[in-house]
Design a protein around this ligand. Structure first.
Ligand code: PAF
Length: 287
C-alpha cells in the first residue's frame, strides 16, 4: 500500500494508473476509521481497479466552536486498517499542502446546503464541497463513495458534481450501524456509556417514524413533533428533525414523493446525525 502525502506525488501516481487504463475509486474520510468506512472500501471495489482512501481532517468544515482540535486522529491505526482491507493507496496531506498561503477559492452549493446541518453549522458545506472537489481532482477520481449517514452532504456533493461538470461517479452507501442500532460515527467515542445508551432514542425513533408513515395516515408535522419530543425525553438536545424530499431536502407536505427523515441531536457535547428512508404513501387512496 502506498502512502502519499503531497498532491504532486498523488498526481504522478494517478497519472500512471490512468495510463495503464485503470479506474480509480476514492473513499474520502477524516480518519478515525471504523467499520462504516471500511465497508465503503469494500463497496467501491467492484467499481474501481485501484482504491484510494483519503485521510484529512478538513479545518474548513469546522466552525470556530466545533471539535476540529479534538477530532480523533489515529493515522498509524488507520493505515493498518486500510492495508488489511486491501486499499491500494492512502492520501494524507497536511493543512498547508491542501490550503497553501494565498488560498482563496471556495465552492458554495447554494440551495441544498441551506437548511438542516447547513443552518446549524454555517460554512460547513462550503468547507465540505471545497475539500471534496479538491480531493476528487487531486486523486483523479473516476468514482467516489460517501456514506448515507451524512445524507445532506451526499446531496451537496452530487449537486456540486452536476453543476461543475465533474465526471466522477458519486455512490452513496447504506448506513452501517452498531448491533444495537446506533449509526457508526467517529464521534461515538466521545459518548459516555449513559449517553450512548440514551442516544439509541434516535435510531429507534426514526424506525418508529418510518413504520408510522407506512401504516398510518399521520401527517409529517405530527410525526416530526413526536420524534423531537422522544429525543428530548431521552436526555438529548434535538437540533432538528426534518422530514424532507430526498434530493432537494425541502420539507415534505405529505408522503407522496421519495422522502427522508433527518435528525441531528446532541448528547452532552457530542453531536450525532442519522436518517432513514421514508416510504411513499398513496395519498389519493381512500381508507
Ligand atoms: O464525511 C466526511 O468524513 C467528510 O465530510 C469528508 C467527505 C471526508 C470531507 O472532509
Amino acid at each position: 500500500m502506498q502512502i502519499l502525502t503531497n498532491p504532486h506525488a498523488l498526481r504522478q501516481w494517478h497519472t500512471e494508473q490512468h495510463r495503464a487504463g485503470l479506474r480509480i475509486g476514492v473513499v474520502p474520510t477524516m480518519g478515525a476509521l471504523h467499520e462504516g468506512h471500511l465497508q465503503l472500501v469494500d463497496q467501491i471495489r467492484p467499481h474501481a481497479d485501484r482504491v484510494v482512501v483519503t485521510i484529512f481532517v478538513n479545518p474548513l468544515q469546522f466552525g470556530p466552536n466545533e471539535d476540529f482540535g479534538r477530532y480523533p486522529r489515529q493515522f498509524p491505526t488507520d493505515c493498518a486498517l486500510c492495508e488489511a482491507r486491501g486499499v491500494d493507496a492512502v492520501y494524507h496531506p497536511d493543512v498547508p499542502g491542501m490550503y497553501p498561503d494565498g488560498f482563496q477559492t471556495h465552492v458554495e452549493v447554494e440551495q441544498v446546503s441551506q437548511r438542516w446541518c447547513g443552518a446549524s453549522r454555517p460554512g460547513h458545506f462550503r468547507g465540505v464541497a471545497t475539500v471534496v472537489l479538491k480531493l476528487l481532482n487531486q486523486t483523479g477520481a473516476d468514482v467516489a463513495i460517501f456514506g448515507q449517514k451524512d445524507w445532506q452532504q451526499l446531496q451537496v456533493i452530487r449537486q456540486m458534481c452536476r453543476d461543475l461538470d465533474h465526471p466522477a461517479e458519486i455512490l452513496g452507501a447504506p448506513i452501517v450501524r452498531e448491533p444495537d442500532g446506533l449509526a457508526m460515527s467517529s464521534r461515538n467515542v466521545y459518548l459516555s456509556a449513559e449517553q450512548r445508551s440514551n442516544a439509541l432514542a434516535i435510531s429507534k425513533g426514526l424506525w418508529h417514524l418510518q413504520q408510522q408513515v407506512a401504516s398510518t395516515a399521520r401527517a409529517p408535522a405530527e410525526l416530526q413533533a413526536e420524534l423531537l419530543a422522544t429525543i428530548a425525553a431521552s436526555g438529548g438536545q434535538p437540533e432538528y428533525v426534518g422530514l424532507v424530499q430526498a434530493e432537494s431536502l425541502e420539507p415534505l407536505d405529505d408522503f407522496s414523493v421519495a422522502g427522508r427523515a433527518l435528525v441531528a441531536a446532541r448528547y452532552g457535547a457530542t453531536r450525532l446525525i442519522d436518517n432513514v428512508e421514508l416510504p411513499v404513501r398513496d395519498v389519493q387512496a381512500k381508507p
